[in-house]
Design a binder for this molecule. Sequence first.
Ligand code: ATP
Ligand code: MG
Length: 661
Amino acid sequence: MLSNLNTPQREAVKYLDGPLLVLAGAGSGKTRVITRKIAYLVRECDFDARHIAAITFTNKAAREMRERVGELLDGKQAKGMTISTFHSLGLAILRQEARALGYKPQFSVLDAADAAGILAEIIKTTDKQVLRRAAGRISNWKNALLTPAGAEQAAEDEADAQVARAYHSYQATLKAYQAMDFDDLIRLPVDLFRSEADVLTRWQGRLRYLLVDEYQDTNGAQYELMKLLAGPMGRFTAVGDDDQAIYAWRGADVENLRRLGEDYPNLKLIPLTQNYRSSRRILDAANRVIRHNSRLHDKNLWSELGHGDPIQTVECKDDRHEAETVAVRIDAHRFQVRGRYADYAVLYRGNHQARVIEEAFRAAKIPYLLSGGQSFFDRAEIKDITAYLRLIANPDDDPAFIRAATTPRRGIGPSTLERLGHYAAERHVSLFAAMFEEGAKAALAAKQLHPLLEFGEFINRLAFRAEREAAGTVLDEMLGAIRYETWLYDSEDERAARGKWENVREFVDWLTRKGEEEGKSLVELSQTVALMSLLEGRSEDEVDAVRLSTLHAAKGLEFPHVFLVGVEEEILPHRECLEGSRLEEERRLMYVGITRAQRSLTLTWCKRRKRGQEWLPCDPSRFLAELDDGDVKRAGDTLAPEAAKAAGKRRLADLKAMLGG
Ligand code: ATP
Ligand code: MG
């Protein structure tokens, strides 16, 4: 447990006398400190695993950490340990304490799209910009732990006050649906702990030691939750890097680093300075870039790994050329070193940049995995199935009711739903409850009521079984009963239908497995699903494929070879963030990108880019100049598409020769 740790790392693992903050640069082993410390607590300090909670930034990171810890502890020792995101932890707390907050334990968790749908109806707008701004504002209020009333008081002008009133209706609607949005998963536990001392004490007894990774990106509400759980003694280890704070736009606040020192005067600070991830040229480039920010202190990261390959920059004609260049280079390099696709990552600032790269990879037959993009869970077919699951768990979830009742079509049309909705609103009950009431008979025609009741009874039967039988069995029967596959083939062309059905099967298999492994019922699983969509998707560990990821989603990860694309002014830094603190956040994003690389780093930029119908000239990012110490290798148009094709053919010939064909 203490082997392969340097002196300060070992000190951090063993330190238990009070609150601890490990503040250190990228690749210095912060995450390693957390995994080792978990094992240390269990094996050396006789902690029961159930009393330990480790908090990571993404579900993917949680999964990785669970695997690491699994290598250090046997199954029995690790049993009952909490390794999750703040959101999953909040959900676990709320599931047990829902009643105290006026919720049923089977409340629904809405994803961002469903939440936006509810808000759109309240502020009566279809303008995406307006909607996004209002949603963002409400989210910020929630993360600052403001109630609707508090928000109205804090509102800066009349427009803001209007949003605050929308926040009020939005919250009331969520409550009526017995639903929560992502921010509620943090805010409500905090509310609860602040008002119910005995509940807090119980949870403090349950989780006796907290370990928090990527602490620099916690927001106000998350910090408060951590503080409450850790108690006045501050039983926690937090690790983070202020140079990697990249979530200010979502309410994260680096100020929380400073507050930690104020709130815990006995906070112990341990710096780490040796980087174990990157070769020296990469590390030096990262250090040079981040030095342009105004920072509290220089971390002076150093590395014992060799100099490594020079960093390369490639100037490309346009984004298609850029994508093809990356494809060719990856293919050629992989062939040269007989490596794996999984050793390569292509990172970019915005999701929209992925499309051309995907196209080029498909053309070049390079397998790839997309993360941080449109999530698997945002697909229509997955949301259809999820609507059923939500409804089974929580019949008051009206948005889920509408989606499930009408997909596949079963004779419940808009006019039926409108009348039912009207009646339900008058009676202050959910759609589901309304149709079983006597009055519904008067409000609806018999041929409207009949399919509704049939649907309602179907859901009731499923709900009954979902609590008693294995998730997989119930799911399979449900899919059969609603004839989802047939409906897909009836309403889409064959290829699309097949693709969607495969996704549904994969989803169902995944749920089935999860149900078996974690001993969870379908009802419990349905709540996890909404959370899974929050930051990432499925398990992808064993697949040999190039990783395509946004810079944000790549945080905490490492890859032998990294391609950073679109390193241009107005992309990275983003055109809305060219000044002040926002520019500094972009620079930190660049720093995160560079420091993902272990052995090689290639940065590409385009001379022109299409915006709408127009070609616009682009400039290389200022960050390229900042990282350049004269040692950076520049490649021009050396690999034009024609040359690339020729190279491809040659490779194929080589390969055939090698195989003796
Ligand atoms: P980031 O800031 O990017 O999250 P980090 O500080 O969490 O980085 P880790 O991911 O924990 O860094 O470690 C980076 C790499 O260095 C990992 O591959 C890890 O296994 C390795 N490493 C960490 N500490 C040591 C050590 N003492 N000896 C050898 N390898 C180490
Ligand atoms: Mg880390």
